[in-house]
Write a protein that binds this ligand. Structure first.
Ligand SMILES: NC(=O)c1ccc[n+]([C@@H]2O[C@H](COP(=O)([O-])OP(=O)(O)OC[C@H]3O[C@@H](n4cnc5c(N)ncnc54)[C@H](OP(=O)(O)O)[C@@H]3O)[C@@H](O)[C@H]2O)c1
Length: 328
């Protein structure tokens, strides 16, 4: 399969290249960047020198040749690519937020008009892979909602309130520098941000509803001085108490056979560079604390995007995604 990565000079695009180099059925044949068109991939991603002999280009969607395209571009940019690529028979995985929410909610949350809306499957494979195996387009979930939803999903229907408290690495903000991500502001520090108003809250709420939950949902993220990773503490307040053995059994059964969800103590470095989500639960009766760890660029973005490509292309879901975490 020939793969095009739109937005390949960014962090998610770079991780798509890294993971696809280890995929048995995929060949990265087109990498786009407007600013770096004509420059070799290693001009921004030195880690690929000698591994991928390609130059960035900036083709219009109607000239782009590929079997599968990943859209690793900011929200609002993906909507210019999605339909033109689909209409030429190219399967598309969109890593942006453009197709994750209903149109009116997207426009409210992101404060911009949606210029080319269609409904698309929201691709957390562990929750609904069978509903989109035949799809040509998958909307890849946000990084925070992926880790948070996987932490709470088994208990979602039994909860009246779910509070997500997340710590994220700095690569979640993309490669565009800002005061927030400037080293002296991030290093040796922890910063809460968007305490009650992060855009990903809408996806988290949507996912609880789709799991049959009527729970209230709250979310506060914190920026911590690591490059990659999201650790989410989900406080799940239950309608009826549940014991420790029972809750562990519930999670074991729910995620039985799921290669990428591992029920073990969540440690950021153990999932770094991978598509794994590590989860542990502890009950104190009517409150269960479920903590998950993912790599924001792995299960939170590019890893899950490749998992979704594998699903809609009929490949082994694990292809390209079996590397272990970079610990230490
Ligand atoms: N970083 C994460 O942890 C993470 C997690 C989940 C989802 N995502 C989503 O994945 C997407 C990419 O994120 P990122 O962190 O990789 O961002 P990034 O590092 O800022 O990279 C963005 C890429 O898109 C290209 N680009 C920007 N504007 C464009 C436009 N209008 N048309 C075409 N290409 C454009 C950029 O290259 P040029 O400017 O040179 O064209 C660059 O290659 C975003 O939608 C983000 O929300 C990111």
């Amino acid at each position: 399969m020939d793969i095009a990565i739109i937005g390949a000079s960014g962090y998610a695009g770079g991780d798509l290249i890294r993971l696809l180099l280890g995929h048995s059925r995929a060949r990265v044949s087109c990498v786009t960047s407007r600013k770096l068109a004509g420059k070799p991939v290693e001009s921004i991603h030195p880690q690929f020198k000698g591994l991928l002999d390609l130059e960035f280009s900036n083709p219009s969607p109607k000239d782009l040749e590929a079997d599968v395209a990943f859209l690793a571009v900011p929200h609002t940019a993906a909507m210019a690519y999605a339909r033109p690529l689909l209409s030429r028979g190219i399967k598309v995985i969109d890593l942006s937020a453009d197709y994750r929410l209903p149109k009116e909610i997207f426009e409210k949350v992101y404060g911009v008009p949606h210029t080319d809306y269609f409904t698309a499957p929201y691709g957390i494979p562990e929750l609904r892979r069978d509903s989109y195996r035949d799809a040509d387009f998958v909307s890849n979930p946000g990084c925070f909602p992926t880790g948070a939803t996987l932490a709470a999903a088994p208990l979602a229907r039994y909860a009246h309130t779910v509070i997500y408290d997340s710590k994220t690495g700095v690569s979640g903000a993309g490669d565009n520098p800002s005061a927030t991500t400037h080293y002296p502001n991030v290093g040796d520090n922890v910063n809460p941000y968007k305490w009650t108003s992060h855009r990903h809250l809408a996806e988290m709420k949507q996912e609880l509803v789709s799991l049959g939950s009527h729970a209230k949902c709250y979310f506060t993220p914190h920026l911590v001085p690591v490059n990659r990773g999201i650790l989410t503490t989900a406080h799940i307040l239950l309608k009826e108490p549940i014991g420790q053995e029972e809750v562990e059994l519930l999670y074991r059964n729910y995620y039985e056979g799921e290669f990428f969800v591992r029920l073990q103590n969540p440690v950021l470095a153990a999932v770094r560079g991978t598509n794994f989500c590590d989860i542990r639960v502890e009950s104190e009766g009517d409150r269960v604390v479920a903590v998950s760890a993912i790599d924001n660029l792995g299960k939170g973005a590019s890893g899950q995007a490749i998992q979704n490509m594998n699903i809609i292309c009929g490949f082994d879901e694990r292809d390209g995604l079996t590397g272990a975490g970079l610990l230490p």
